[in-house]
Ligand binder design. Structure first.
Ligand SMILES: *Cc1c(COP(=O)(O)O)cnc(C)c1O
Length: 242
């Protein structure tokens, strides 16, 4: 692949605009998180030069090393599994956390982001597919977590996130995205939480996710190129936690 980051960013933005047009949505409704995990500061700089401002990382350690090497007006989002013992560090690095997969983690984030008075927007990660290898809160438990979270003053549950099962056939992801939106509508009616953010869609399936209502797409390979393959056990594609 000889195309530049600039060209890839333009292609991704074009595809986002195309999906928005098909769905009758405005491009401004869909935020792009450029997932820079495994890629160095030079790659981030190139994407920032191409106009991107929001970058996603899935490991606290890696982000802590990279972020100081990436000056400029960049906003960092946490998109991977977060261990409670790394929360204090995480809240100093990230402006939003997409991957809150337990009540315990939500509470820990609330405790940790107290000091400077800023509220931390988060998405609850929902295990829509029920795959055992996936992180995420089982749908049946989400309303309970939402109700308890009303008592937390610093964390703001802004929406939901999901990862469909890995499938090379992009259309097979659609029912999982549609299901998350339906669950959102149902929980909105039941709990009064607006849950405006739907973080769903990656390189493989972001166009479908936008058609189904995504407000955040998290895109890595289409912008930065393929990541080096890692030997990993049960965790599915993209579920690279700490
Ligand atoms: C790695 C990762 C992405 C980006 O994956 P691509 O297929 O490279 O676009 C998105 N979301 C999460 C949670 C990830 O871990």
């Amino acid at each position: 692949m000889t195309d530049t980051v600039q060209e890839r960013v333009e292609r991704v933005q074009g595809a986002i605009a195309g999906a928005c047009a098909r769905a009758g949505r405005r491009v401004a409704e869909v935020g792009l998180v450029a997932v820079s995990k495994t890629h160095g500061p030079e790659a981030v700089q190139a994407a920032a030069a191409a106009g991107l401002t929001i970058f996603g990382e899935s490991k606290v350690q890696e982000a802590a090393q990279k972020i100081p090497q990436c000056p400029g007006r960049i906003e960092w989002h946490m998109i991977g599994h977060l261990q409670t013992n790394k929360v204090r560090h995480a809240v100093t690095l990230f402006r939003m956390i997409h991957s809150v997969d337990s009540w315990k983690l939500l509470e820990a984030i609330d405790r940790a982001c107290g000091e400077d008075g800023a509220r931390m927007p988060v998405c609850l990660e929902v295990n829509v597919s029920g795959e055992r290898s996936k992180f995420g809160i089982p749908p049946a438990e989400v309303p309970g977590v939402l109700e308890k979270s009303a008592g937390l003053g610093r964390v703001q549950v802004a929406g939901l996130m999901t990862m469909p099962p890995f499938d090379p056939e992009t259309e097979n992801a659609r029912p999982f995205f549609a299901r998350l939106r339906e669950l959102r509508d149902q929980w909105r009616a039941e709990t009064g939480f607006a849950l405006e953010q739907l973080s769903m869609g990656m390189t493989q399936d972001f166009a479908v996710a936008i058609e189904e209502g995504a407000t955040w797409v998290r895109i890595g390979s289409a912008i930065f190129g393929e990541r080096p393959k890692r030997e990993k056990g049960a965790a599915g594609v993209g579920e690279e936690g700490e």
